[in-house]
Design a binder for this molecule. Structure first.
Ligand SMILES: Cc1ncc(COP(=O)(O)O)c(C=O)c1O
Length: 285
């Protein structure tokens, strides 16, 4: 079988390799502390488990509308407003996990030859997604600054070029756990505005921060129109296997993502109809 050239751009995930190695050792009875995959060490909360079971019993098993169930988008928008974002349900798209959200975003926001800026060390999947989208990577190493962003702002300014189209900010950061200060994020804002750069603010670990609160980049003045905020349920609610994430941003960049998703398979009968169950709210055809 022949494979597309683009798959060759991506190396196997280091996280998955380490996780597989840990599983093999565990199968051999070795006591392993596995720090590879970001799997919270608490179970999905009981009320969430119960609601999930009830929803399945109630027939919510069909395709949801492609942007997500309206009530969920409404609730997500409310959470994001509490984070300081100017956000309504129309700004939110629900995805099968944050990773899928990022894939869709890179495919939508980045062209061949564009430069994507990462703050290093960065979550391994950004690199794969940037390469799949045909972009090149610029990295700003935070290690010499004890993983803080503020002292690295001059390096960031130097790394920006005319080809930079996207900057990924992940606070709290995977893998370092660093939470970037508001001053540091203001510095990022100034650069993004000056060079007309779009930012992805990956806030998947926002709810797992100790003794501090991570500022949402999109809440800073001048950033609402150029920031896509990404989050999900995997880490905050230990729902990694449920595959539920979302992103939110100004409507313009969301439009092409919606277009890509509006395949005919999403237009089907409402869930529940076949069993004479009440229609699942929000499952519009
Ligand atoms: C920094 C970061 N962003 C996004 C994700 C995506 O998480 P999920 O696809 O489970 O929503 C992960 C998962 O480990 C992550 O570490």
């Amino acid at each position: 079988m022949n494979f597309a050239e683009r798959v060759e751009r991506v190396s196997p995930s280091a996280t998955v390799s380490i996780s597989n190695a840990a599983s093999e050792l565990e199968a051999d009875g070795v006591d392993v502390v596995d720090l590879s995959v970001g799997e919270p060490d608490f179970p999905t909360p009981e009320n969430v488990v119960r609601a999930g079971k009830e929803a399945i019993d109630d027939g919510y098993t069909g395709y949801a509308p492609s942007p997500g169930v309206p009530e969920l988008r409404e609730e997500i928008a409310e959470k994001l407003r509490a984070d300081g974002l100017d956000c309504g349900p129309e700004n939110v798209l629900v995805t099968p996990g944050g990773k899928q959200a990022l894939y869709e975003l890179f495919q939508t926001l980045v062209d061949d030859g564009d430069e994507v800026l990462l703050l290093d060390p960065a979550w391994v999947s950004y690199e794969a997604m940037a390469k799949l989208a045909g972009s090149t990577l610029q990295r700003v190493d935070l290690a010499p600054y004890d993983f803080a962003l503020e002292p690295a702002l001059p390096d960031l300014a130097e790394a920006v070029s005319n080809d930079t189209s996207l900057l990924v900010v992940n606070s709290p950061s995977n893998p370092t756990g660093a939470v970037y200060s508001e001053d540091a994020l203001r510095g990022v804002r100034d650069l993004a505005v000056e060079h007309d750069i779009t930012a992805i603010s990956d806030e998947i670990y926002k709810e797992i921060a100790y003794g501090t609160e991570a500022t949402s980049l999109g809440s800073l003045s001048g950033m609402a129109e150029r920031t896509i905020t990404l989050n999900g349920f995997s880490k905050a609610y230990s729902m990694t296997g449920w595959r539920l994430g979302y992103f939110a941003g100004p409507e313009d960049p969301l439009r092409p993502v919606r277009r890509g998703r509006s395949a005919p398979k999403h237009r089907r009968r409402r869930s529940g109809d076949a069993r004479g169950l009440p229609r699942a709210p929000g499952h519009a055809v």
